[in-house]
Design a binder for this molecule. Sequence first.
Ligand code: PEP
Length: 256
Amino acid sequence: MRQPVVMGNWKLNGSKEMVASLIKGLDAELNGVSGVTVAIAPPHLYLDLAEQVLDKAANKIVLGAQNVDLKDSGAFTGDVSPVMLKDFGATHIIIGHSERREYHNESDEYVAEKFAVLKAHGLVPVLCIGETEAQNEAGETEAVCARQIDAVIKTQGVEALDGAIIAYEPIWAIGTGKAATAEDAQRIHASIRAHIAKESADVAEKVIIQYGGSVKPENAASYFAQPDIDGALVGGASLDAVSFAAIAKAAAEANA
Ligand code: PEP
């Protein structure tokens, strides 16, 4: 049985005050909630503070990050290494988010290199995949997702996906309020799992596949009722403790 993972992607949002109060608020909201892994990905600059506040939390909230660069150390101005992320207790690292693919020209191959680096350091890649609106309308969604996953499988083997998380995020649904229907998301999740199963039924059965794209407390339960949707990657709604906790609770209830 796969335990759902609900992860908050805070993107470029935060201040010292906000980080502390959001984590404390989330911690209070999560009292008594079990059966779901809850993770947050603050901006890199706030990982230190987040780690300190999480240390005092009553509930287990996993610390994640929004990106990683390839090298451990050296002359790479502005980069953040996997070693540094580990140093601050971040374990679940988002890679391949569509905003990085678009604004930083990150290719499937480059994202796969990041995937390998995270695995080499014992970190959990949260590999974002998903299609543009035009690709969706052209009926290319399954092929795009397969291609993005194959960049990892071809270079590292299907076993690399063992213990990793895939976040299916249709780009047209991110931050737009235009969420995919639960049925459409389930169809794509099933196709992603089936694609992986061609290489390894065991890995496919175990891999967590989150849905991401305008998940809110109001629609969360409909996603989590689907057999192949194992949690969510949440942007906007993760910036509010009550909303984000409500999504986590919906995942816990679906898993009860
Ligand atoms: C995201 O950025 O990963 C995301 C899913 O954002 P939102 O929930 O705001 O659509």
